[in-house]
Design a binder for this molecule. Structure first.
Ligand SMILES: *Cc1c(COP(=O)(O)O)cnc(C)c1O
Length: 378
């Protein structure tokens, strides 16, 4: 495949996934694979062990891949990990935390949600108290980077509280795994969930659950769903050398293997984190110079995605702003918080600090045009 002949994307996706991928990742999909053949299954096994290596150096961890978007893997994890007499405590400060509570409720799992509010981080002290007060809580789930706002939760401090209390700890690291250095063992996570199309910069189609092996081994027969049974999926992958129970997203997995190579070539998670952080720093600096304000204070902010408040000039209208930016080659994301009018800009994917000035210029131009139109119209 001559990558020079491959068309460029018409615009950069500044969203929290799917995000812009490299041409070489997309080119990796240009052939078909047999889902039952060793050649393909070896790719699956390599992907699984590389994911474990990214998650921790500590032995005793394993991984399972699951078809579908990231939510399917979160649902698979929760509905397989929590037993019938279990009780899940969800620590929420945004949409993705709330979704975990809804997943549990839908499956008939007892769930309690502690809501910290969209602009405050989860407080480990409050979690400690809740766990002390309610011995029926068996599992605790939290989102690492709450993509609703861009908030980074203190997963390590929460983890030590959860482990001190002897409970099982589930971390939704969907939008941070591969983009923010983390050690699953250090965090104390028994389960950690992410997907192909976020910081590892693959294309959408599957997610994955990283798990402490000894915990995974206990999950037989717990799942409430056949296709989302994480244990059975794991057992087949484990015992049959990389086979999937049902049709596997072969092209997506092959592209993901390429994305893992490219993560390594970039210098690993630390280098990727440095690039995303620089993207985000330059973006915020530039937008602040244009008069925008961020929703979150800098101390709570992840380098993954940033929420900006609408400017207070009457000329701003999100749909208009979005269309103008898209026409100039940048797709941004609407806001999702309840209390404030915001939009979001992701700083992950095939996008680097050298690309930020072009984006800032486009934002300035879109604002100018909107302002100009309003002046002419009024
Ligand atoms: C993207 C994301 C998910 C999964 O979303 P899907 O649309 O199902 O891929 C879950 N949690 C967080 C924090 C996310 O950013």
């Amino acid at each position: 495949m001559d990558l020079n002949l491959m068309p460029d994307n018409p615009y950069v996706l500044l969203t929290p996934g799917p995000l812009s991928t490299s041409k070489s990742v997309r080119a990796a999909m240009f052939r078909d694979w047999c889902t039952w053949d060793a050649e393909y299954n070896d790719i699956v096994q390599a992907v699984r062990s590389r994911l474990v290596a990214l998650a921790t150096d500590t032995p005793g961890y394993t991984s399972v891949l699951m078809q579908g978007s990231g939510t399917f893997s979160v649902e698979s994890c929760i509905t397989t990990a929590v037993p019938d007499d279990g009780h899940l405590l969800v620590l929420a400060n945004g949409h993705y935390g709330e979704r975990m509570a809804r997943i549990a409720e839908r499956a008939g799992i007892q769930a309690t949600m502690l809501d910290f509010g969209e602009t405050d981080a989860v407080e480990p002290g409050v979690v400690r108290e809740e766990l002390a007060n309610d011995p029926t809580i068996s599992h605790v789930a939290v989102v690492h980077c709450e993509t609703t706002t861009g908030m980074l939760n203190p997963v390590e401090a929460i983890g030590s509280v959860v482990k001190e209390a002897g409970r099982i700890y589930i971390v939704d690291a969907m939008s941070s795994f591969g983009g923010i250095p983390m050690d699953m063992a250090g965090i104390g996570a028994d389960f950690l969930v992410s997907s192909a199309n976020k910081c590892i910069q693959g294309v959408p189609g599957f997610g994955f659950i990283l798990a402490r092996r000894s915990e995974m081994e206990t999950l037989e027969g717990r799942a409430r769903s056949l296709s989302l049974d994480a244990y059975e999926q794991w057992k087949v992958m484990e015992d049959k050398g990389g086979k999937w129970r049902f049709t596997s997203p072969t092209h997506v997995v092959r592209a993901f293997a390429q994305a893992l190579d490219e993560l390594q070539a970039e210098g690993g998670v630390a280098a990727r984190h440095a690039r995303y952080s620089e993207n985000q720093r330059l973006l915020v600096q530039g937008l602040r110079e244009l008069g925008f304000r961020t929703l979150l204070p800098d101390v709570l902010q992840s380098p993954i995605i940033t929420s900006f408040l609408y400017p207070e000039t009457g000329a701003f209208e999100f749909g208009e702003f979005y269309s103008r930016l898209k026409a100039m080659g940048y797709v941004i994301y609407p806001g999702k918080v309840t209390g404030a009018a915001t939009f979001r800009i992701g700083t992950i994917g095939e996008f680097g600090p050298q690309d930020v000035p072009g984006l800032l210029k486009a934002v300035a131009q879109a604002l100018d045009e909107m302002q100009g139109e309003q002046t002419v119209g009024s």
